[in-house]
Design a protein around this ligand. Structure first.
Ligand SMILES: [Zn+2]
Length: 216
């Protein structure tokens, strides 16, 4: 697997999200970071049909270097890139089962998605959920910003899912694992047993990672 994604890879993976029925119409946005610049879908881009000209080049401070007006959700992407230098790709989409599952959870929490498979937990780790905020709002971006130093994947109530990692291939894999676990939660009426906390601790130990128990 390649270490560095190109703009062409970004086009290919963005279309792939549509092909795999993970996005509908204009719902979602994708980006990669190369050096200190970020390429992100322009506002109104249709993900299933994007070309290289649908991506806007931004500085990490959010200034447009080249291209059209970026997606209004660009601050979410930048907050991951700024908080985590290892993050090189961010996928934000509105997948059906993740949204459906999020509506069943009343409160924001730091461990929202049940790990029905060790593959999910190995790849995605712990996935928190934020409350519902209007798309593009300052409150939404602040809620995301609070979590980006600690998590790579965030479920957004009644909105969607954002996954940040070091390449597009892994980001897509994590998106699919989370979407599958949310689907399983719905299929089992949330009565299925996830993997045990001992197994999670073992996986976290092997991965050398930890999760905050609370955030203030
Ligand atoms: Zn969105």
């Amino acid at each position: 697997m390649k270490d560095i994604d190109t703009i062409k890879d970004l086009v290919d993976y963005t279309r792939l999200l549509y092909d795999r029925h993970l996005v509908h119409a204009e719902g979602g946005n994708t980006s990669i970071r190369i050096g200190n610049d970020v390429w992100i879908t322009r506002t109104g881009a249709v993900l299933g049909r994007v070309t290289e000209s649908d991506f806007t080049r931004l500085s990490l401070s959010g200034d447009v270097i080249a291209g059209e007006k970026p997606s209004k959700e660009f601050p979410m992407h930048l907050s991951f890139y700024k908080a985590r230098p290892d993050v090189k790709a961010v996928i934000h989409i509105h997948p059906t089962y993740s949204i459906a599952y999020s509506t069943l959870l009343a409160e924001p929490c730091l461990d929202a998605v049940p790990a029905y498979s060790s593959a999910l937990y190995r790849r995605a780790g712990q996935v928190p959920m934020i409350a519902y905020y209007p798309v593009g709002s300052k409150e939404l971006h602040q809620a995301i910003e609070k979590l980006t130093p600690y998590f790579y994947s965030i479920l957004m109530r009644q909105h969607g899912l954002t996954v940040a990692t070091n390449n597009l291939s892994d980001a897509l894999g994590i998106v699919e694992e989370i979407e599958q676990c949310c689907h399983i939660a719905l299929l089992t009426n949330q009565k299925g047993y996830p993997i045990t906390s001992e197994e999670k601790i073992e996986i976290d130990k092997l991965q050398g990672r930890s999760w905050p128990k609370s955030l203030n």
